[in-house]
Design a protein around this ligand. Structure first.
Ligand SMILES: [Zn+2]
Length: 311
């Protein structure tokens, strides 16, 4: 998916290019991407609306629209894995992955393409964020130094019972990382992706906090420096993500790939040793002996005698 560094690059460009333009037409090239939480179909309310601004919220791109009679609407796009935007002339070739097109008053088209059709575009009344799964509750902004302090990250980590990669990707906790930058932050912090958060030391949690900030800030700077076309993802500078079988840039070991709760994770087995084994032994040592006794199964409860009702 476009992640934080890509969205932080793309969204300000969209805001600059689109703010103040009117939408004169809507073409739904792939109906599966569009969700409308209004009484009317999108084709009745989106054409004629003005784009007042474009902002990022977690992994969403939110277009603020002003519709007929001043009605405030939002077009919320979750690009997920493969969604991408481009600004094109109407005569530009329509690719097979085209999902949604907005015809704009300056003669161009904003095209949203998605070759796996996992992304979604929602049209909602402004502020009705509960209509979009994941939009309402967004975690702490990891690039806001004031709110994302070491203390804030420690407090957040204390509440977690999951594996660290799952924690990093939880957008209701942290705004925001996907697969790629979670892997990169874990590599930077030398933490194995399957480590349970509760088994991380205070020092490891601080290291992970600093790694998240460093990795995302550096990636954002690199994407801005390279200034790719809107629809291109620059990822060739990543150190472990999608580098399965290649040498670790730090120690030369072979990068591995593992599944973590339905997500794939790339890591260096030397720089990020799997310490879960010792954690499990520690946990078992704290069990009281009686916890191991297997109780005979309880007899099935006798059927309750029917109570006489007072009439
Ligand atoms: Zn290594």
């Amino acid at each position: 998916m476009p992640e934080r560094p890509e969205l932080d690059y793309v969204v300000p460009i969209l805001a600059r290019e689109l703010s103040g333009l009117a939408i004169i037409g809507l073409r739904v090239d792939s109906p599966v991407v569009l969700r409308v939480a209004l009484r009317e179909p999108a084709s009745e309310v989106v054409p004629g609306a003005t784009i007042e601004g474009v902002a990022r919220r977690a992994h969403f791109v939110v277009f603020a629209l002003r519709g007929a009679a001043g009605r405030a609407l939002e077009l919320v796009v979750a690009p997920m894995l493969a969604g991408r935007f481009s600004l094109e002339a109407p005569t530009a070739r329509r690719t097979a992955d085209l999902a949604l097109t907005l015809a704009l008053s300056d003669g161009r088209e904003l095209r949203y393409r998605d070759d796996v059709q996992m992304g979604k575009a929602y049209v909602i009344e402004a502020g009705q964020r509960r209509n979009v799964p994941g939009l309402e509750h967004v975690g702490v902004d990891v690039l806001d130094a004031k709110s994302f302090s070491r203390a804030a990250f420690r407090a957040l980590a204390k509440t977690r019972h999951d594996q660290v990669k799952v924690f990093l990707m939880d957008k209701s906790a942290l705004d925001a990382m996907g697969n790629a930058y979670a892997d990169e932050a874990l590599f930077e912090a030398r933490v194995h992706p399957k480590t349970f958060v509760r088994s991380l030391s205070a020092e490891e949690i601080d290291r992970l906090h600093d790694a998240i900030v460093t990795v995302l800030a550096e990636a954002s700077a690199e994407v801005a420096r390279r200034a790719p076309p809107l629809d291109e993802k620059v990822r060739d500078f990543l150190k472990v993500r999608n580098r399965h079988g290649k040498p670790c840039p730090r120690c030369g070991s072979t990068i591995r790939k593992a599944g973590v709760h339905g997500h794939d994770a790339f890591f260096c087995p030397t720089c990020q040793p799997d310490e879960r084994g010792s954690a499990i032994v520690d946990f078992r040592a704290t069990l009281r002996p009686e916890a191991a006794v297997v109780e005979p199964p309880a007899p099935a409860p006798a059927p309750k005698p029917a109570r006489k009702r007072h009439s």
